[in-house]
Design a protein. Structure first.
Ligand code: DX5
Ligand code: ZN
Length: 223
């Protein structure tokens, strides 16, 4: 299992699905080794994306950290399929589980040596995550309403990032902070200043001709 680290996690939701391997390879060519997979079920979010088969096809072909973001109802029913598909990190939404279900899911994933993330939508208060912060490896702050790439950044995400950054310090916790949605050359640096560790970016990076420049704008070092 590949361990989480601070950096850029391109979201393949914005990739050219007819050239997916090439799109991932071009990221790897620029020293990216973490790929974010946005899984959507048409229930928790009003969109469908892809499932374990696609994750499997890419995680078996490339040596990447496979960062799986479940925007789905009943995540416990599907996590084992994503683990078999090669997920190194599985993030579920706090809005989709009870507190007890969340605790059970977190310990199940930990028992299988998978890194666990928990995510919250823009309108979900940070307090909702407090019981789980000592238990998870990753907090994913949504800076758009989940469901679609290419949306505008919601600035209240910056306050959430600052909160989780300070809370981690005050309580000597170890989770990484990731942000997802509307990340570009302006919002990315703002999130990094606020204390984020991992930037998820889709439309700012994929299907562009100047990937190297764009990655540099997000603070990625190519050399
Ligand atoms: C929303 C998705 C998007 C995606 C990134 O459900 O999770 O946030 O990863 O989209 P961009 O970077 O195009 O806003
Ligand atoms: Zn995502």
């Amino acid at each position: 299992m590949k361990k989480l680290y601070p950096g850029i996690a391109p979201s393949i939701l914005a990739a050219d699905f007819s050239h997916l391997a090439d799109n991932v390879q071009s990221m790897i060519d620029h020293r990216i080794s973490m790929i974010h997979f946005d899984i959507m079920d048409g229930h928790f979010v009003p969109n469908l994306s892809f499932g374990p088969a696609l994750v499997q096809s890419l995680s078996s072909q490339f040596s990447i950290l496979t960062d799986v973001h479940l925007m789905i109802e009943k995540p416990a029913l599907y996590v084992d399929a994503f683990i078999r598909a090669g997920a190194d990190v599985i993030t579920f939404h706090v809005e989709t589980v009870s507190e007890e279900e969340a605790r059970t899911l977190i310990s199940h994933l930990r028992s299988l040596n998978v890194q666990v993330g928990i995510s919250l939508k823009p309108n979900t208060p940070v307090e909702t995550l407090l019981p789980f912060l000592p238990l998870v490896d990753l907090v994913l702050v949504m800076s758009v309403e989940p469901g679609f790439g290419g949306q505008s950044f919601i600035t209240s995400a910056l306050d959430k990032i600052k909160f989780f950054f300070q809370y981690r310090q005050d309580h000597q916790l170890h989770y990484f902070i990731e942000v997802d949605g509307g990340i570009d050359s302006k919002t990315g640096p703002q999130c990094q200043l606020a204390g984020v560790d991992i930037l998820v970016a889709g439309s700012f990076l994929f299907q562009k001709t100047d990937i190297k420049h764009r990655l540099t704008l997000l603070g990625h070092s190519i050399s």
